[in-house]
Design a protein around this ligand. Structure first.
Ligand SMILES: Cc1cc2nc3c(=O)[nH]c(=O)nc-3n(C[C@H](O)[C@H](O)[C@H](O)COP(=O)(O)OP(=O)(O)OC[C@H]3O[C@@H](n4cnc5c(N)ncnc54)[C@H](O)[C@@H]3O)c2cc1C
Length: 393
């Protein structure tokens, strides 16, 4: 048995014991307690630097842990944005103090993070954002609105991007901040989505005072900070999904078709085969990217390929599920019915399919960039806007 095999079986044994008594739908306190135990056992931040609370191990141990956890629904979803996006952004761009202050509590689940980029008038074109931060002594004062913010209700801290200089072109006058979600000027309002739950929220900021030391990266350099977060986001969504259970998967739908006597139907068999091929292609692409990560090659913009394939795969699974389950899809409350309602969101969150295709064209295939007529015009001269300033300007 190699050291890695031993590591994997130790992780498997630990997980089997710790997950045995988990309720089917754990509450926030149980999720936090699980995360703290997982961290204390050494299974969170496996490859993150030791000086900030990580374990400093290699991608091989990380992969071994993922294999050990593969069939277990771990209650860690609420920590996903912190682990997949905010933490890696802080490690890349944070000051020494920020890394020492934030990373360990993030890993241990003591502080939950959200990411506040999208606004009512700035989603795909997030650089048109209107939320503003104005310097006042050793603070910045934030006013504005964000939308579609996942886990904002549970979050203790958030990464925010805001307009700090309207006199320069829109990509240049943006700054990234760490914001305390418990500040009285932060108002989080849940949005009900079509799964019937509230995964995301609107967030309103009214005179929120953010200390100057909470700037992440450079003042007015927030666009490149945001791109760093978004690259991590796409890799984390695409590659993360390769490791988690997919309810409308080939295996689940083959079973559902067999149970309903539909496996012999040529139409259903065709769609099942199509889904199988998409799943294999997706899994192989992610296996290759994981190997590259282990060899020190970062996926960069190629994370968008994985994210786009996942969105296509998810929709193909949802279409086939509706073919097999028929009206049960609308009335049922099983994992497949829930996956169906969640499927269209995969083509939007983390950047839409069209935006992924633009990125793949520009940055992976080297095709000419989309024309952008507003790139060199001062932001204040642009006609953007859903959030009027109080003085009407
Ligand atoms: C499940 C989920 C979770 C989310 N979580 C977060 C979060 O935690 N934090 C956060 O900040 N945001 C979050 N979002 C928001 C998400 O990032 C945006 O929905 C997304 O970027 C699209 O923006 P939009 O909704 O404003 O659509 P729009 O940008 O208005 O797009 C509308 C349509 O126009 C198309 N389009 C736009 N521009 C172009 C173009 N240049 N070329 C071709 N087509 C184009 C789009 O593809 C889309 O079909 C989440 C969204 C979802 C669904």
């Amino acid at each position: 048995m190699t050291d890695l095999d031993e590591y994997r079986s130790r992780a498997r044994a630990w997980l089997a014991e710790r997950t045995a008594d988990l309720p089917p739908d754990p509450g926030l306190a149980e999720c936090r307690a699980f995360m703290a135990d997982l961290y204390d056992a050494g299974y969170v931040g496996i490859t993150w630097p030791v000086e900030y609370g990580g374990r400093g191990l290699t991608a091989a141990e990380e992969r071994a842990f993922q294999q050990a956890a593969a069939d277990l629904p771990l209650p860690v979803g609420v920590f996903g944005i912190g682990l997949g996006m905010c933490g890696p952004t802080l490690l890349s761009l944070g000051t020494e103090e920020q890394k020492r202050r934030y990373v360990r509590p993030l890993l241990r689940g003591e502080e939950i993070w959200c990411q506040m980029f999208s606004e009512p008038g700035a989603g795909s074109d997030v650089a048109s954002l209107q939320t503003r931060a104005v310097r006042d002594g050793d603070h910045w004062v934030v006013d504005g609105q964000k939308v579609w913010t996942s886990v904002a209700r549970q979050a203790d801290l958030g990464l925010l991007i805001a307009r700090t200089d309207p006199d320069v072109p829109k990509h240049q006058g943006i700054t990234m901040f760490v914001v305390d979600m418990h500040d009285p000027g932060v108002d989080v309002r849940p949005l009900r989505d079509m799964t019937g739950e509230s995964h995301f929220n609107e967030v309103f900021f009214t005179g929120v005072r953010v200390p100057a030391e909470n700037v992440v990266g450079e003042v007015d350099g927030g666009w490149s900070a945001a791109v760093t977060t978004l690259l991590h986001e796409r890799v984390s969504i695409g590659m993360g999904a390769a490791r988690t259970e997919r309810p409308a998967s080939f295996a689940a739908l083959r079973t559902a078709a067999r149970e309903r006597g539909l496996l012999g139907e040529p139409g259903v068999r065709d769609l099942l085969l199509d889904l199988y091929l998409r799943e294999r292609a997706f899994d192989l692409l992610n296996a290759r990217m994981s190997q590259e990560v282990r060899a020190g090659i970062q996926p960069g913009a190629r994370g968008s390929v994985s994210k786009l394939l996942l969105a296509d795969l998810t929709m193909a699974g949802a279409d086939l599920a509706s073919e097999i389950l028929g009206p049960e899809c609308l009335t049922g409350d099983g994992p497949i019915a829930r996956a169906l309602a969640w499927a269209p969101g995969m083509a939007l969150g983390g950047g839409t399919n069209e935006i992924m295709r633009n990125i793949i064209g520009d940055r992976v295939l080297g095709l000419p960039r989309e024309p952008q007529v507003d790139r060199n015009i001062p932001y204040k001269a642009l006609k953007v806007g859903t959030q009027a300033k109080e003085d009407g300007r």
